[in-house]
Ligand binder design. Structure first.
Ligand SMILES: [Zn+2]
Length: 309
């Protein structure tokens, strides 16, 4: 059965040192998805049997563009949750690409953009995409949706993997699930980082923080920022430095989860992460946490090493 690993990214950062105590079910990664019996397209042989004396080669792409490793992700918009326009998705990818490129020599590229009105589980939407695009599958899928049972709307996002069709090989081989999977990030496009005074509602209920908000500091003042009511104690944080930073960061966080063997234990500043990184017990640096998109820094080494074209 499909049982997504829920990473509860943004909420875990807000609730800081509490949530990673929650069990992380990496063993629940799906293993029994029925893969469509469609072979992926083999790479096309270059058609270079031309008269090379005819003309000088085009100046063409710069060397950098030719050698840059890129993780390609298709966007699926679950239109039953909320609309996301292609330009909005592209904007998030451009920002996420910059954030990721600070950490690894790997870019993030929006490979495709589709809208899904078929409903059902996010898993169904991803499967529909994979069946209809079997000839050119991406490395990952970013599915903008409230998520199964509203989990993305609640937490910001979560992550799971799905097996590709028979013969599929992902150039990014996960140390957890191998090279035959596609990485799925379910992300709440409209997620409000450090939302203040909402109390779980879509509209503001209070001018000060309600239960669990503002890093679990009740009575924190709310301020109008980035188009919504935000915790005053979040002003200055990296995640609010642009209106879309936190969601861009969530895309990275969720796409990279399958490269973190410990699941939620491989979040930034967990006891396991601090031990692994040689940080003192209880160490936590908020800005550094956000710089690493909430992941333990070693996960980026895993991601870099996973590239096996
Ligand atoms: Zn996570």
């Amino acid at each position: 059965m499909h049982k997504p690993h829920v990473s509860s990214h943004i909420l875990s950062l807000l609730a800081a040192l509490v949530l990673w105590a929650a069990a992380c079910n990496t063993s629940g990664l799906p293993s029994t998805q029925t893969a469509p019996a469609i072979l992926p397209a083999t790479s096309i042989a270059p058609t270079n049997a031309v008269d090379i004396t005819a003309s000088a080669p085009e100046a063409a792409t710069p060397a950098e563009a030719q050698t840059k490793v890129v993780f390609r992700a298709a966007v699926i918009v679950d239109v039953s949750s909320e609309p996301v326009r292609r330009e909005q998705a592209q904007g998030l990818f451009d920002e996420a690409n910059k954030l990721l490129s600070q950490l690894v020599p790997i870019g993030l590229e929006l490979a495709d953009f589709v809208e899904d009105s078929g409903g059902g589980a996010t898993n169904d939407m991803a499967q529909r995409y994979m069946v209809s695009h079997a000839a050119a599958l991406p490395n990952g899928i970013v599915l903008f949706s409230f998520g199964d049972n509203g989990q993305a709307k609640l937490y910001g996002g979560y992550s799971y993997t799905l097996p590709g069709p028979a013969g599929f090989k992902n150039a990014f081989a996960s140390p957890v699930v191998g090279a035959d999977q596609i990485y799925v990030a379910v992300v709440h496009f409209g997620h409000k980082y450090a939302a203040c005074g909402y109390g779980g509602s879509d509209t503001v209920q209070s001018s000060t923080s309600l239960d669990g908000e503002c890093r679990n500091q009740p009575g924190t003042a709310c301020v109008q920022q980035n188009g919504y009511s935000m915790c005053a104690n979040a002003i200055g944080n990296l995640y609010m430095s642009t209106p879309t930073y936190a969601v861009s960061s969530t895309i990275i966080h969720e796409l990279l989860h399958p490269f973190a063997p410990g699941g939620d234990q491989d979040h930034y500043a967990t006891p396991e992460c601090n031990a692994r990184m040689g940080y003192p017990n209880g160490f936590f640096d908020l800005q550094e946490s956000e710089y690493y998109n909430g992941l333990c820094p070693f996960v980026y080494e895993n991601f870099k090493d996973s590239y096996q074209p």
